[in-house]
Design a protein around this ligand. Structure first.
Ligand code: SF4
Length: 481
């Protein structure tokens, strides 16, 4: 499921395997394959058969990085794996994970989904110059690994327990030493992490869909503030902080695969119900409801069911274009849409379309879609978005752009509608979005819609995404939308 061009970008997926008698790298490979939608820039696997850790990682998709020969060179019953989507400007091999560190008796590998917001303080603790660690995901992953490896503790478990309480921000971690697999989730549980049972052992993964593909049975989510430890004695758990859940609600809206479950709730069903609520909140006369492939398909189906207007597919997605190495540059953002989506003239011509999408970030892609549909003969184009306007940047590992680039931060809904040249535009309300998940609202982070950041963002981090600046006045940065 390659990412939709103008939606927020996810910043990683992780897996962990502890399965005596099994080649764990094979299971890690398939787990990563199921998590490919969470990051397409690089992939890596670290393994151990009990004596030493071997890591292989490279730029590209899981299927490009690994083949049977490379997997065969990664023996062992313990493995962690990682797929990464970079934030702009950090598309480098050095940033691929798992990260490996060794110091004294300790040898560890680590994969991280999320983003810390106290990297500067931590890098000083680690004895590194603070300017050597930027705000991107890999820098903070490096500093976590350094702190653990250099802790002076005799074993990895105690080192990890000492370091975890010092981390502030979003982290779902898979870690290993030569004999033990660990999984940890930040006290807010901003990013998902689940635990599954294999016939021969245990598995950790960002999403339940990865457990399904490797034949693991879902046990439970790793709890916010929990460290799970898996070794030859089985599964143990320790708590390093009280749980104050604030899962990223965008997991339900866009990031997670529809066949995954979060808080025990189906992601597909939540998206379908978002579409149903959208139809009730913003009805409009039309001939056809269609989704922007493919993350908005479930919401479009829900909209169609609730409105009684037929559902159809008006855009065909090239299933393969996203499966090549793509630099997330502005050029691709502007050019990519034509290669990825093509309108079906037979379905569109002469029709009043209700087009459902999951989000609008900068607006570039949505404007191109509207234009494409009109060129293909659409009589009307009514946009319905299954989340509220994105007004605030994310500091917890999601590339939602800087604040001054967010069209929802500096234009009213009517102004956005006019800029996108749509006949009408409506966003789902925050209440409607939350209610559609069937999960109590207090268990979510909704900061990019509401500015209610569950973890306060330090000023020196806030400025990196232009958070403290006033949005430009309407008509200001023309051409940005
Ligand atoms: S700010 Fe938005 S994208 Fe970031 S974690 Fe919160 S809800 Fe998710």
């Amino acid at each position: 499921m390659p990412e939709h061009v103008d939606s927020p970008k996810e910043a990683c997926g992780v897996v962990g395997i502890h399965a005596p008698g099994v080649e764990a790298s094979n299971l890690a490979y398939y787990g990563l394959f199921a998590l490919q939608h969470r990051g397409q820039e690089s992939a890596g696997i670290a393994v151990s058969e009990g004596a030493t850790i071997v890591v292989y990682k490279d730029m590209g998709l899981v299927s490009q990085v690994f083949d049977q020969q490379k997997l065969s060179s990664l023996p062992g019953h313990i493995a962690i794996g990682h797929v990464r989507y970079s934030t702009t400007g950090s598309s480098l091999w050095e940033n691929a994970q798992p990260t490996y560190k060794t110091a004294g008796n300790l040898e560890i590998a680590l994969g991280h989904n999320g983003n810390l917001i106290n990297t500067r303080e931590l890098s000083e603790l680690a004895g590194e110059p603070s300017d050597s660690f930027g705000p991107d995901a890999t820098s903070d992953t490096d500093v976590i690994a350094s702190l653990i490896a250099d802790s002076g503790k005799e074993n990895a478990e105690e080192a990890i327990m000492e370091v975890l309480p010092k981390l502030t921000g979003a982290f779902s971690l898979v870690l290993m030493d030569t004999v033990t697999l660990f999984g940890a989730r930040d006290p807010h549980g901003l990013r998902p992490l689940v635990l599954g049972r294999l016939k021969e052992g245990y598995a950790l993964a960002s999403e339940t869909c990865a457990l399904d593909i490797i034949g693991a049975t879902f046990i439970r989510e790793v709890e916010p503030g929990e460290l799970v430890i898996i070794d030859e004695r089985g599964l143990r758990t320790r708590r390093f902080a009280p749980a104050t859940p604030a899962l990223c609600i965008f997991e339900f809206v866009y990031f997670a695969r529809p066949d995954s479950k979060l808080f025990g709730k189906s992601v597909y069903k939540a998206r379908y119900q978002m579409g149903q609520r959208l139809a009730l909140e913003s009805p409009v006369e039309g001939d056809l409801v269609m989704g922007v492939p493919e993350t908005a398909s479930a919401a479009a189906a829900g909209y169609a069911a609730a409105s009684g207007i037929p559902y159809g597919e008006g855009l065909v997605k090239n299933r393969y274009v996203g499966r090549t190495f793509i630099q997330p540059t502005q050029l691709i953002r502007q050019q990519g849409i034509r290669a990825k989506l093509n309108p079906l003239q037979e379905v569109i011509e002469g029709r009043r379309l209700i087009v459902v999408d999951d989000s609008i970030v900068r607006g570039n892609t949505t404007a191109q879609i509207v234009r494409m549909l009109r060129d293909a003969g659409a009589r009307e184009v009514h946009l319905r978005i299954s989340s509220p306007p994105i007004k605030w940047p994310c500091f917890y590992g999601i590339d939602t752009a800087n604040r001054d680039e967010l069209i929802g931060a500096w234009m009213s809904v009517d102004e956005i509608c006019a800029k996108l040249e749509a006949d009408s535009l409506h966003y789902l309300s925050l209440e409607g979005m939350v209610a559609a998940t069937d999960v109590p609202g207090e268990k979510f982070c909704t900061a990019c819609f509401s500015s209610e950041y569950p973890i306060p963002v330090p000023e020196h981090v806030a400025v990196t995404k232009h958070m403290l600046e006033q949005p430009p006045v309407v008509g200001g940065p023309a051409g940005r939308g």
